[in-house]
Design a protein around this ligand. Structure first.
Ligand code: ADP
Ligand code: MG
Length: 339
């Protein structure tokens, strides 16, 4: 009987793997923004055309790449961020899987321009369907610009699954806001079809929250801050009066990574119990810092779910930190209430 098993060619393997990481334009937005943050950028521009279906481009002023790295970064499992499995448990970068650029390159046309800090000349690379189409030296600003064009041009079935421009744009803005919220010390802009949607100057977390979620929060958020040996939490919650019937102003980050945690959401809602109507949601923007050895962020390719080694402790800690913040505010009501 003939043998029937063969190894898939790289570009097909990459296309399959890409399905986990790159589902829609917004997935690329997240990955490219995180790479810019990891590169130590202080200014990051996101440029979108046709809700990301035509173009998602991120330009940063980070450390840039050498000519060899500029080529390497598109290989699968190619990363500068970890070297051993132990590194996984002391991760301080947003990335570590070395899959994003390989995935993006497998399902789009990519143009990369990069110049390392201190280097005179940069590298330009064009990739199509995982294959290098062009590589040359170029003049370019220090830092990196990556343009992802025509997402899923080579996987029509997936391209057809993309939603309306309005829906895809909402996902993009969500991802943009999540990254921008957790790095207020970095300047971010978002331009969509030549219209500038966001210009976020460097500033404090409070300034960033107001710039993103609205000026009306200016005197209506209270600071949360609590520390133990195990972890610390800081950030802001909205005063009870600002709770809304709709969701959208809730952000929870662990070691600067946006995560979705119904469990911790519950802890916060519990802290607000009786202060707000049962069917409404308070603003929260909370950052938990914990030794990376206490969390496993590698439970899902998009890293939005994580596991804590002691979930109950986390719940109790978050709840009490929010309660304390709210209690303080009750003891000393601000003037906009009394007058
Ligand atoms: P990961 O972020 O998990 O390492 P990626 O596929 O996103 O994997 O990127 C691969 C590598 O390419 C990174 O580890 C980094 O060394 C390099 N890289 C990617 N984007 C940038 C950037 N904007 N600036 C500098 N280096 C980058
Ligand atoms: Mg990455």
């Amino acid at each position: 009987m003939a043998d029937i098993i063969n190894l898939l060619p790289d570009n097909i393997a990459n296309q399959i793997a890409a399905g986990e990481v790159i589902q829609r334009p917004a997935s690329a937005v997240k990955e490219l923004l995180e790479n810019a943050v990891d590169a130590g950028a202080s200014e990051i521009q996101l440029i979108i055309r046709d809700a990301g279906k035509e173009l998602v481009q991120v330009i940063d002023n980070g450390k840039g790449m050498t000519e060899t790295d500029a080529r390497m970064c598109f290989e699968r499992h190619a990363t500068s961020k970890i070297q051993t499995i132990d590194d996984l448990f002391s991760i301080r970068t947003m990335g570590f899987r070395g899959e994003a650029l390989a995935s993006i390159a497998a399902v789009s046309q990519v143009e990369l321009k990069t110049r390392q800090r201190g280097s005179d000349i940069g590298t330009y690379i064009e990739i199509d369907n995982s294959a290098v189409k062009k590589q040359e030296m170029c003049q370019t600003a220090e830092g990196t610009s990556i343009a992802m064009k025509n997402l899923f041009f080579n996987v029509p079935a997936r391209r057809n699954f993309l939603k309306s421009n309005a829906a895809e744009m909402r996902h993009i803005v969500d991802e943009f806001i999540r990254v921008a919220m957790s790095f207020p010390q970095i300047q971010f802009t978002l331009t969509s079809n030549t219209q500038q949607l966001f210009y976020l100057e460097k500033g404090s977390l409070k300034q960033r929250i107001i710039a993103i979620l609205g000026q009306h929060y200016n005197s209506r958020i209270v600071s949360v801050k609590e520390t133990t040996d195990y972890m610390n939490v800081n950030g802001f919650v909205g005063k009870p009066e600002t709770a809304k019937k709709t969701r959208g102003d809730q952000f929870f980050f662990v070691n600067n990574r946006f995560i979705k945690s119904p469990y911790l959401h519950h802890a916060i809602m519990n802290a607000f119990a009786e202060m707000i109507p049962a069917d409404s949601y308070p603003l929260y923007v909370l950052f938990i810092d914990v030794d990376p050895s206490h969390v496993d962020i590698n439970v899902h390719p998009t890293k939005q779910e994580i596991k804590f080694d002691d979930e109950k402790l986390m719940y109790a800690f978050v709840q009490s930190a929010v309660k304390h913040a709210l209690a303080q505010f009750n003891v000393a009501p601000t003037l906009d209430f009394g007058l």
